[in-house]
Ligand binder design. Structure first.
Ligand code: BGC
Length: 508
């Protein structure tokens, strides 16, 4: 039986008063900028690793191979473990940092984690911009990773707690919007910096990461703490005043009391990590693992990190390849706006399922196109223009599908489904799993492209099919439900889905 939406009528759904005040809007816009650092990095690494001057300096063997092999197998020209390590080392660092961030976010508030995020990222950007040897590059990337781990752990939580529940989806997706803007800006900068004479443009690309880092650093200093987090740390009266300010109404008692109640529950929990393993949290834990896992197995980062490399491989030439990455970047931003518009109207499940079908179709078409031209030996011969247009078009439609479904929802849904007592720890699980699979995909993509060739797109298509089935059967609708009321959703969801596996193993 498919999962159905929300809390059943008559189950006592709460409706807290509160408006979309300018105060909460500005606060959320500033906080959402925490996504810029993540996005900037995603966008910058792919472009930099396709710049000849960068490769010549740090990865001469890849550079030589790229230059010498242009007539042989196109699938394998970039296959270098060292080069992929450059891109993916960051994700392991982010994974580790998100675990530490869980504790800081819970004990000292969401803002401090954001501040750490900005400062560490800034340090990484400086080291990378000045890099003279590979070790400096890797050290810089580890610091960037720490920064991302802290920011991605705290920003989505911050947004989901601040937002009035009716607009939570839209405001939370501000985070994803910043990610996509970061990617786009980075792609555009790469396009221009790659043209700089003397080949030092990559220093600007990497060092430029300081700008988004400073934005989130300053942002975290001026932002208020969330009422939920203040209550969690015993500052009740301050929290009540803040809640009034944030919601723009005087009578916030019902919501305030529920936050206090949630916090009392949360106080009983000394070991949120151990707690997370309790049977009653299994549905949430399953989601905290499955959602980020599936988000990465859409294969999106193959496009995000390697779009220039991929387009170069398909025969576009280096500059045209960077330009195509700018096009996919634009599609990514605009499609995210669709999601902001629709998420609190159409709901999360609709977007997940529609986006999934769209991605699936596109992956099949792209696999067929690349397979038809490159075959298995990777030698395409002369590529007609219409062919390039078709491939780019379908890649864009695929990116759009991701950008209004798994992209934003991969951050939104986990941040809103956990009760306060495990929220911080569970969000760390979410970030860690996301980073782990980002790492794995980044690390094995070039090797997989070299070995399974166009089949790579079918590989990801298979997972897109699986994740759509998973959402259809197991994910309840969470639109329009107050965050501290979410436990109800799971209860009623399980009642209606007693036979479903997820609930089956909760109730035994
Ligand atoms: C994902 C990233 C991805 C980005 C693309 C994010 O939601 O977590 O891995 O690169 O979306 O826009």
């Amino acid at each position: 039986m498919p999962a159905v939406g929300g809390i059943a009528p008559g189950s006592g759904k709460k409706e807290y008063p509160g408006n979309l005040t300018p105060y909460v809007t500005v606060t959320c816009v500033v906080a959402a900028m925490g996504g810029l650092i993540f996005g900037y990095d995603i966008g910058i690494s792919g472009g930099v690793t396709s710049m000849d001057s960068f490769l010549r300096k740090f990865f001469p063997s890849v550079y030589r191979k790229k230059k010498e092999d242009s007539t042989t197998n196109q699938y394998c020209q970039y296959d270098s473990q060292k080069l992929t390590m450059f891109t993916s080392s960051l994700y392991l660092a982010a994974l580790a940092a998100s675990l530490v961030a869980s504790w800081i976010t819970r004990k000292f508030g969401r803002k401090l984690s954001m501040l750490f995020g900005g400062v560490l990222f800034c340090a990484g950007a400086i080291i990378n911009g000045l890099a003279k040897a590979v070790w400096m590059l890797i050290l810089g990337r580890i610091l960037l990773g720490f920064g991302i781990g802290f920011a991605n752990q705290s920003v989505p939580l911050y947004l989901s707690e601040m937002a009035p529940y009716r607009y939570r989806g839209a405001l939370n997706i501000g985070f994803q919007l910043s990610i996509t803007i970061g990617i786009l800006v980075a792609n555009i900068l790469n396009y221009f910096f790659a043209k700089i004479h003397g080949g030092w443009g990559w220093r600007l690309s990497l060092g430029g990461a300081m700008v988004p880092a400073l934005i989130i650093t300053v942002g975290s200093l001026i932002l208020p703490d969330t009422p939920n987090s203040m209550i969690e740390r015993g500052r009740h009266e301050e929290a009540r005043t803040k809640l009034r300010r944030v919601r723009g109404v005087y009578d916030v008692d019902e919501e305030f009391n529920d936050l206090v109640l949630a916090s009392e529950e949360s106080k009983k929990v000394e070991h949120p990590w151990k707690n997370l393993l309790q049977r009653k949290y299994r549905p949430q834990l399953t989601m905290a693992i499955a959602i980020p896992f599936f988000q990465q197995l859409t294969g999106i980062n193959v496009i995000m990190f390697y779009a220039p490399v991929l387009f170069d491989t398909i025969g576009f030439g280096s500059q045209a390849a960077l330009m195509s990455a700018v096009i996919t970047g634009l599609v990514n931003v605009f499609a995210t706006l669709v999601s902001i518009y629709g998420v609190d109207k159409w709901g999360r499940r609709f977007l997940f399922l529609e986006g999934g079908i769209q991605m699936l179709i596109c992956q099949a078409v792209v696999a067929a196109c690349i397979g038809a031209k490159f075959g298995v030996n990777g030698n395409p011969g002369e590529l007609p223009k219409w062919y390039a247009v078709v491939v780019v078009l379908f890649i864009c439609v695929y990116v759009a599908g991701f950008a209004w479904s798994w992209g934003p929802l991969g951050w939104l849904v986990p941040s809103e489904i956990f009760p306060l007592e495990i929220r911080s720890a569970a969000q760390s699980v979410n970030v860690s799993v996301n980073m782990l699979f980002t790492f794995i995909v980044a690390q094995v993509f070039l090797t997989m492209l070299c070995h399974i060739k166009f089949g790579l797109f079918l590989f990801f298509a298979f997972f897109v099919l699986m994740m759509s089935i998973f959402v259809y059967y197991f994910l309840p609708e969470t639109k329009g439900i107050p965050i501290e009321e979410m436990t109800q959703v799971w209860k009623s969801h399980c009642m209606e889905n007693v036979k479903s596996l997820l609930c089956g193993y909760v109730f035994g």
